[in-house]
Design a protein around this ligand. Structure first.
Ligand SMILES: [Mg+2]
Length: 480
């Protein structure tokens, strides 16, 4: 049957909303949004280059050698979802079983042998304080700078700074850059250069509101910055909304997530200039502007709780994992890399099926080679092992042939995998995969985000009655 050209159609795959846990949009009463990298998408290279430069300047002010000035930002060096080993100065990519895949020491990729020696000789828990994860796009410039500093100090003749301290200093400086306005003042002075204006954003929020849903903004950014960004994105977009605040029933800035979900900070009420006028507050008012606060009081004030609330953010830890662990809120994660990742996957379906077939062949050859090994070894034990026994030597020859085949297949898989991965990122491959496995980041998304999508405006492609249904999960024995 031909589709009716007049009738609505589903969004293209890169712009779909993906489902880890079923969610009925008509059962959601109030939807919250984070701002940075969620409602506000940045021109990443511009913002990251700026953050890198400011962090470098701050390190110089702390007395780091002048020669680090020549370090340049390489936007393609790292991706989201990596793990830093502060002790060894390494950056790693883990799969869902915490098996270490790719590893870089500074900017040099470790060989397989080096990698195994460091991370496979004992059980390691990839947790703080030794390990830190790179889970927001804001962290990418810091990671790149860290890798360059590790290399720099290894070559440097002057006083050394150890890998752990380098990480601490870099993180402190970039945190400072975000807090002390050095970054934000430059961004707000030239918003079009740093912030992507999305034509569908106002329409998407309006569409969600049109079925009677309430919306709220919950951001860690403070009022002045929030006001500048949101004005740029939403003011003068739709005539029904005199200013950006009108899209939201409640606006909460300086929320200190993830503490917002787990602690008990009081709410403060702000006036139109962002000055605190009441703290703690007695009640919420429609279109009120608040700072700080906590989840429990929020639920009491808005009179919605648990599964009636959907929160949309881009930070797997601060927005999604914490809220999921502390409450029954439903969650949606924005992962902008999805668009590229899906496009690359759809352009390489032949390559991917080749890899899958070779993987199947590898499993079978491997099992066969091991059966042969066992057989040979029992013959040896039974002292049937004589060079002259034709059964023994035939079996041995056959096993050598199978092992050669196995090596060839493994080599072929590696070549094809690298070919696929390099299209996304030449150092690390895909964000959601590590080799044939789901990456640790991919697992976290699947475990904690009910929905995930590449941008907020993808919700425009669905009705307000959408039943987001996940595909049935298949255990290994159910897969054919
Ligand atoms: Mg954010």
């Amino acid at each position: 049957m031909l589709a009716n050209p007049e009738s609505p159609s589903l969004p293209n795959r890169p712009n779909q909303v993906f489902v880890s846990r079923n969610l009925r949009l008509d059962q959601i009463s109030i939807i919250g949004f984070d701002m940075d990298y969620t409602l506000a998408r940045y021109h990443r290279k511009h913002l990251e280059t700026l953050a890198h430069r400011i962090t470098l300047d701050k390190l110089l002010k702390r007395g780091y050698p002048d020669a680090i000035k020549s370090i340049k930002y390489d936007p393609d060096f790292v991706i989201r979802g990596l793990t830093v080993d502060k002790q060894l100065g390494n950056i790693l990519k883990l799969d869902r079983h915490s098996h270490v895949g790719h590893v870089f020491h500074g900017r040099r990729k470790l060989t397989n042998e080096e990698r195994r020696k460091v991370y496979r000789s004992e059980k390691i828990h990839f947790e703080p304080p030794r390990f830190a994860t790179v889970d927001t796009l804001f962290s990418l410039p810091e990671m790149c700078l860290y890798a360059d500093l590790v290399d720099f100090f290894e070559q440097y003749d002057g006083p050394k700074i150890d890998n752990w301290q380098l990480f601490v200093d870099t993180r402190e400086c970039i945190d400072e850059a975000h807090k002390d306005n050095s970054l934000k003042s430059i961004v707000t002075a030239d918003l079009p250069h740093y912030v992507e204006k999305e034509p569908m954003l106002a329409k998407t929020l309006h569409k969600l509101r049109s079925s009677g849903k309430k919306l709220f903004l919950l951001t860690n950014s403070y009022y002045k910055y929030t006001d500048k960004l949101m004005s740029y994105l939403l003011n003068d977009e739709l005539s029904e909304y005199p200013a950006w605040q009108a899209y939201f029933d409640v606006v909460i800035v300086g929320a200190s997530k993830p503490g917002f979900f787990t602690k008990n900070e009081p709410f403060a009420k702000l006036d139109e200039d962002g000055t605190i006028i009441e703290r703690p507050i007695k009640k919420f008012e429609r279109s009120g502007l608040y700072q700080g606060g906590n989840r429990k009081s929020f639920e009491k004030f808005v009179r919605y709780s648990g599964e009636e609330i959907l929160y949309v953010g881009d930070h797997i830890y601060g927005d999604i994992l914490r809220s999921k662990k502390a409450s029954l809120w439903r969650t949606a994660l924005v992962v902008e890399e999805l668009e590229d990742e899906i496009t690359i996957i759809s352009e390489n379906t032949d390559l991917i099926s080749k890899i899958n077939l070779l993987e199947k062949e590898r499993r079978e050859l491997d099992a066969l080679a091991n059966l042969q090994r066992q057989e040979l070894s029992s013959m040896e034990k039974a002292e049937e092992k004589t060079q002259e026994t034709s059964v023994y030597s035939r079996l041995k020859k056959d096993r050598d042939r199978i092992k050669r085949q196995l090596r060839q297949v493994s080599k072929r898989i590696n070549t094809l995998e690298t070919q696929l991965e390099q299209q996304f990122n030449k150092n690390w491959g895909l964000v959601f995969k590590e080799g044939q496995e789901t990456s640790r980041f991919g697992k976290q998304v699947n475990d904690y985000a009910c929905l995930y999508t590449s941008r907020v405006t993808n919700f425009f492609g669905y009705s307000n009655y959408q039943y987001f249904r996940g595909a049935p999960e298949l255990l290994p024995h159910e897969q054919t």
